[in-house]
Design a protein around this ligand. Structure first.
Ligand SMILES: Nc1ncnc2c1ncn2[C@@H]1O[C@H](COP(=O)(O)OP(=O)(O)OP(=O)(O)O)[C@@H](O)[C@H]1O
Length: 255
């Protein structure tokens, strides 16, 4: 299974003069959460980790090889991305969209086979979307669309998942279901990096955390070492109360 590393990585946030170089080792089986306020650079980091945006300095490596040296198709098999708010202009059904996850495995113009269809159907079942398989994407609710994005990556079955706010638009049941699905992917030996705005989801589901500050400062490590109330209060510029529920910390914003 695949691991992702960054060496001396400074992401290219427009107008930011510097930033702490990131030396991350995201090993198979780990669940990394990226936390930070609006504008801290979380999405920019995800795009950089996906090879869609050049770093200002440093590099990203997948299984020890610089992303820049991997072929696009190889990368598309090994790295899956769930990004915020896709605006799909061309009409497609939910099933057709999930099947896009198989494209990195097909030759140009090759039709999907029974195995590809079976994977897509299983992913739609898993995301509770089977009853919507024939629906046009444009007719879906925000949460349903988000689950289609996740189903597409599940169909793709990459070794590394990059998910920008994977619980965006989801109700409580689906938030927990999706975090459970992502944890299961990690338990199967995949690497996972996700941006989260919900500190409590991060506290419950992440094994490691990266805190990104708006000035480019950053710190990272095992989740329990990062979930320090004073650091989180500085991160969000927001006083917090920390209580313990079932042995895990729960953070509540103070007025
Ligand atoms: N094309 C661009 N031109 C100018 N500024 C940009 C551009 N793209 C991003 N930025 C700025 O870079 C900064 C980081 O943006 P980014 O989307 O990575 O933040 P984020 O941490 O994901 O924020 P959020 O929590 O709001 O999603 C923001 O201040 C944003 O306005």
């Amino acid at each position: 299974m695949s691991g992702l590393e960054t060496r001396g990585l400074v992401i290219d946030v427009p107008g930011r003069s510097a930033g702490r170089p990131l030396d991350l080792d995201i090993a198979p089986g780990q669940r990394w959460g990226v936390l930070g306020p609006n504008g801290a650079g979380k999405t920019t980091l995800m795009h950089t980790l996906a090879g869609l945006r050049a770093p200002r300095t440093g590099e990203v490596r997948l299984d020890g090889r610089p992303l820049a040296r991997l072929r696009r198709r190889d990368l598309a098999r090994r790295l899956g991305v769930v990004f915020q708010e896709r605006h799909d202009d061309f009409p497609a059904t939910v099933r057709e969209t999930a099947l896009i996850g198989r494209h990195p495995y097909l030759a140009p113009w090759q039709q999907e086979g029974p195995e590809d269809h079976a994977r897509a159907e299983a992913a739609l079942e898993r995301l509770e979307l089977a009853h919507l398989a024939e629906r046009e994407l444009a007719t879906l609710s925000g949460g349903e669309r988000q689950r289609v994005s996740l189903a597409t990556v599940l169909t793709q079955a990459p070794g590394v998942w990059l998910a920008d706010e994977p619980t965006n638009h989801l109700d409580l049941h689906h938030q927990v279901a999706v975090m459970g699905l992502l944890a299961e992917q990690a338990d199967q030996g995949r690497s996972l990096v996700m941006c989260l705005h919900d500190l409590n989801l991060a506290a419950r589901w992440c094994s490691h955390l990266l805190l990104l500050f708006p000035d480019g400062e950053a710190c990272w490590g095992p989740a329990e070492a990062m979930l320090v109330p004073a650091a989180l209060e500085r991160l969000y510029d927001q006083p917090l109360t920390c209580v313990e529920v079932d042995g895990a910390p729960v953070f509540v914003p103070r007025r």
